[in-house]
Design a protein. Structure first.
Length: 284
């Protein structure tokens, strides 16, 4: 965010790249319609005139610096903080049927409107507050989505009381460790997974709204429960290295990722407590 977008000779490779969108904080079902070329972009040093080209996931809209910054700094980073998980829960519900960039541009407006994403405050919203939110031009003024945010705050607090932590409850659905998919092209991305379907069912059983398996999978991608950065994206290994530091203390050797040709079915890995992760096939 705040990057000066430069179109000098160093970044002419960006010409002709489509302007495209993805779903919410994950990539979800919209990926099939996106450009097939590998994502490249300019990091923050561009504003100093030092443009660095980096390989990125192919869904990133490179014409939008805040979009690039979101991919580089947040998407796929494991989240164990309840407040941040609640923020993603609200934003995921708000984006249903829309592009992620629609939500990203309004993120700070949502933060102000929803009391800094404080679930205890949001859970107390009454009809007067809902009417106030529906009059706020800074957010998506959809009554069902606003009502879902209030309802989900109440359900969020119930889960927190029962389990001690909402984040811990979510991470139980992936055995407490990120699922690492081996993705090469846009065609390799899945819209759902067995884990997102199981989590969606349980959230619905608990009374949450706007938590279908596709939205839940996008949430899992965004909060690092699933690492869906492509194998050539510079963020992938950065996040894997961070996960190893946070979740392990006795790696005998770094995890190995099985080779796969572009376009092949993605391979899924789990980061274990120790040793080398084993591979399994992801849902096509």
């Amino acid at each position: 965010m705040g990057v000066e977008w430069r179109r000098d000779t160093k970044i002419q490779i960006l010409r002709g790249i489509d302007r495209y969108h993805t779903s919410a904080l994950g990539v979800g079902p919209y990926l099939a319609n996106l450009h097939r070329s590998r994502g490249v972009g300019v990091d923050d040093q561009a504003q100093l005139g030092q443009a660095h080209v980096r390989p990125r996931c192919p869904w990133v809209d490179l014409s939008k610096p805040d979009y690039v910054a979101y991919h580089d700094r947040e998407w796929g980073v494991p989240v164990h903080d309840d407040r941040l998980q609640f923020e993603f829960l609200i934003l995921e519900g708000a984006q249903a049927g829309l592009s992620w960039y629609t939500v990203l541009r309004r993120r700070e407006s949502y933060r102000a409107a929803f009391d800094g994403f404080d679930p205890e405050k949001v859970a107390l919203y009454d009809e007067t507050k809902v009417a106030e939110l529906l009059a706020d031009p800074g957010i998506i003024r959809n009554r069902a989505k606003v009502a879902a945010a209030v309802n989900n705050a109440r359900r969020f607090l119930e889960v927190t009381e029962e389990r001690g932590s909402f984040a811990a409850y979510l991470w139980d659905f992936v055995d407490g460790r990120p699922i690492v998919n081996e993705l090469h092209t846009l065609d390799d991305y899945a819209a759902t997974s067995p884990e997102s379907e199981a989590l969606s069912r349980d959230l619905k059983r608990r009374g949450f709204a706007f938590v279908g398996p596709t939205i839940v999978y996008a949430h899992m991608q965004a909060t690092g429960m699933v690492n869906d950065h492509t194998v050539d994206c510079f963020c992938r290994e950065k996040i894997l290295a961070g996960s190893r530091r946070l979740t392990t203390s006795n790696w005998s050797h770094p995890p190995t990722v099985p080779n796969g040709a572009p376009g092949s079915k993605p391979t899924t890995l789990r980061l274990p407590a120790s040793g080398t992760p084993s591979a399994r096939r992801a849902t096509p």
